[in-house]
Design a protein around this ligand. Structure first.
Ligand SMILES: Nc1nc2c(ncn2[C@@H]2O[C@H](COP(=O)(O)OP(=O)(O)OP(=O)(O)O)[C@@H](O)[C@H]2O)c(=O)[nH]1
Ligand SMILES: [Mg+2]
Length: 322
């Protein structure tokens, strides 16, 4: 176990791959591995890339990786894809490019499906990001299709969130409704070779005014043609600037503290929910069999009391045994 933790820290990509499999399979050593490596996290620049299907997220990531590699930075990617890794029309092209990166020891790409992984996809992703961070990769990217709450949660672990849009309409309003506009630090209008770029830019600006609050950082709106590698340096530049702005203000500490608070609270909720589950089932069965219309408010309050009583009894018994 220590061995694999050590090897991950030495940035052995094969060990990193194995560690991530531990997470996906909920391996018995998962928790210990994560605890061992946690103190070594916090150094990577974690970048979330989100946007609707086919917006060009993977193509953008491909282009960005090239710029970072030129700067001598190492890059890890977690691509969350319910169907296939780096999918879309560019499947073949992307695969070829990915194979180029596969040969490169400075790039680690892992796609994670929605299957398996107890605690849900978002939890597994966060853990995978941590392993990559602990392995010393300079940049860790998480690519997800920005749809549900779980994707939004994943985005919240990022230092810099990038929303990829493309001229097609409808996109922006959806992102706005999903709450992504508010958490995005950078807007990328990809497929800038297609018509409608100025209109889209106007829409983003209008919506940004709506969500605008006093922030240290004003999210820039950039244009790219990922398939041609255009605009990549600018995106990398802004991402770097954003990270620097985070570090030099109190935002970074605040962000990470909020994220940790969220995570601890969620883990506790999960644990509590697991503990009270048998009580809930028993109480519901009782109420239903007594032809009582089960009222969720009442059941919740009874279950809470029962759980508290059990805690008290356990505590007293333990005290008595001392
Ligand atoms: N015209 C044009 N097409 C692009 C551009 N960037 C990406 N594409 C194309 O858009 C399609 C989708 O690209 P992907 O990079 O797979 O998009 P994605 O957002 O990762 O897609 P999913 O992961 O499936 O959600 C592919 O056919 C790309 O070749 C661009 O700048 N201009
Ligand atoms: Mg993709």
């Amino acid at each position: 176990m220590d061995n694999i933790a050590q090897r991950i820290q030495n940035r052995e990509l094969r060990a990193l791959a194995r560690g991530i499999s531990y997470i996906e399979d909920n391996h018995q050593e998962k928790q210990q591995l994560l605890s061992t490596l946690f103190p070594h996290t916090g150094r990577a620049h974690i970048i979330g890339i989100t946007g609707s299907p086919g917006a060009g997220k993977s193509s953008l990531v491909n282009g960005l990786i090239k710029v970072w590699r030129k700067q001598g930075k190492t890059v890890g990617v977690v691509a969350v894809d319910p169907t296939s890794p780096f999918s879309g029309g560019a499947l073949l092209g992307d695969r070829v490019r990915m194979r180029d990166h596969e040969e490169d020891e400075g790039v680690f790409i892992r796609s994670m499906g929605t299957r398996g992984s107890l605690g849900g996809l978002s939890e597994a992703c966060k853990d995978a990001i941590r392993l990559m961070d602990a392995s010393g990769l300079d940049i860790v990217i998480i690519e997800t299709v920005g749809v549900g709450q779980s994707e939004l949660d994943v985005m919240k672990v990022a230092d810099s969130v990038t929303l990829v849009l493309y001229p097609s309409g409808g996109d922006v309003i959806q992102a706005f409704k999903a709450g992504i506009m508010e958490i995005a630090d950078l807007f990328v209008i990809n497929k800038a070779d297609l018509p409608g770029v100025d209109q889209l830019k106007g829409e983003v600006e209008d919506l940004l005014h709506l969500t605008a609050e006093q922030k240290n950082w004003q999210p820039p709106i950039l244009q790219t043609i990922s398939t041609e590698g255009k605009g990549m340096e600018e995106v990398v530049g802004k991402l770097t600037e954003h990270k620097e702005a985070l570090i030099s203000s109190s935002d970074q500490t605040e962000r990470r503290l909020n994220q940790l608070e969220d995570e601890v609270s969620r883990r506790l909720k999960e644990r509590f929910a697991e503990e009270v589950k048998p009580f809930i089932q028993k109480e519901l069965e009782k109420q239903i069999s007594s032809k009582h219309a089960a009222d969720p408010y009442e059941v919740a309050s009874i279950v809470y009391s029962l759980w508290k009583e059990k805690q008290k009894a356990t505590f007293q018994r333990e005290e008595g045994e001392k």
